[in-house]
Design a protein around this ligand. Structure first.
Ligand SMILES: *Cc1c(COP(=O)(O)O)cnc(C)c1O
Length: 308
């Protein structure tokens, strides 16, 4: 088991690499997937202060997710690495039979996460549903993390992404990140304010009809009124986890050209959006743009730098 405080204080900043220039937009990418093989990218950022709090109080951690949730995968791995009890409340009672588990659920179970499978109806209502209340009551004084891991502690952790970006020598006019539940974008926005940067935060929603996302970001972020930020909601390619031939071709070409891995749910859509926005931008403005690669590559055979 790792010493959790030491793990976080010795974690190196992840690299920023140059990609290409389009219309005088110099595009860079922050390889945050290099921070951990499984507790990866923004999920490690978001879990950091939740894990430290749970460790200090010896609390079990309970959270929610679907069968493919990166957040559940990260939480289960963090529980094992740092010696914390974890509980996953998973959407879909049909998954109670372990023969139907996918890789995410199998490895979460192997890493000691207690899995509970609930109906879609109960899942939608979360703690308001009696079935879920009775699960939570089985674990005394647990720290409850919302679906996707977005709470105020996760915003504090995500804010540190911007602190790392501020410490690099290249001044960025814009930082682009994928948005699901909005915790990461809220953290980036708060980070811009904290570091006094002249930089806008641009979110790309991976969900169709993400009307809630601006609201979630405003609720989570302290500094949303003083920072220049915006959201693009037209790069979802049909909705969450949906894809098409154009996106798949973009991802393939990107990976070959830059020798960098993307995944199709978040970072391929994000990168597609940034390349498209750069192509449509005015060539009269020269700027440095940064793509925040939030990870999601666990289970893919990529070379990871700082093996924990
Ligand atoms: C979960 C996830 C996101 C979305 O982060 P939010 O804070 O929920 O908006 C983005 N990228 C990857 C790779 C993720 O796993």
């Amino acid at each position: 088991m790792k010493n959790i405080t030491k793990f976080f204080t010795t974690l190196p900043a992840t690299p920023i690499v140059y990609l290409t220039t389009i219309n005088h937009k110099r595009l860079y990418l922050k390889q945050d997937y290099l921070n951990h093989p499984v507790i990866q990218g923004n999920k490690l950022r978001k879990l950091k202060y939740n894990l430290l709090a749970a460790k200090q109080a010896q609390q079990p951690l309970i959270s929610f997710g679907g069968a493919y949730s990166n957040h559940i995968a990260a939480l289960a791995a963090a529980g094992q690495v740092f010696g914390l009890a974890t509980v996953g409340i998973i959407r879909g009672e049909e998954l109670a039979a372990s023969s139907r588990w996918n890789q995410t659920l199998r490895s979460a179970h192997q890493q000691g996460m207690q899995l509970h499978f609930v109906s879609r109806k109960a899942y939608r209502q979360k703690q308001a549903h009696p079935e879920i209340q009775s699960i939570i009551q089985q674990y005394a004084q647990a720290l409850l993390i919302p679906e996707g891991g977005s709470n105020s502690l996760s915003v504090l952790g995500s804010r540190e992404i911007m602190t790392e970006i501020a410490a690099n020598p290249i001044p960025f006019a814009a930082v682009f990140a994928a948005g699901g539940t909005g915790g990461t974008l809220a953290g980036l926005i708060d980070g811009v304010a904290k570091e006094n940067l002249f930089c806008r935060v641009v979110g790309v929603s991976v969900l169709k009809g993400a009307e809630d996302l601006p609201l979630l970001i405003r609720r989570l972020s302290q500094a949303h009124q003083q920072v220049n930020w915006q959201l693009h909601s037209d790069y979802h390619f049909g909705g969450y986890a949906k894809t098409n031939a154009e996106l798949a071709a973009f991802q393939r070409q990107f990976e070959q050209r830059f020798n960098l891995p993307l995944e199709s749910i978040y970072t391929a859509k994000l990168s597609y959006a940034v390349f498209d926005l750069a192509a449509k931008s005015s060539p009269d403005t020269a700027e440095n743009w940064l793509i925040y690669h939030s990870g999601g590559l666990q289970g893919r055979a990529v070379k990871i730098g700082n093996e924990a």
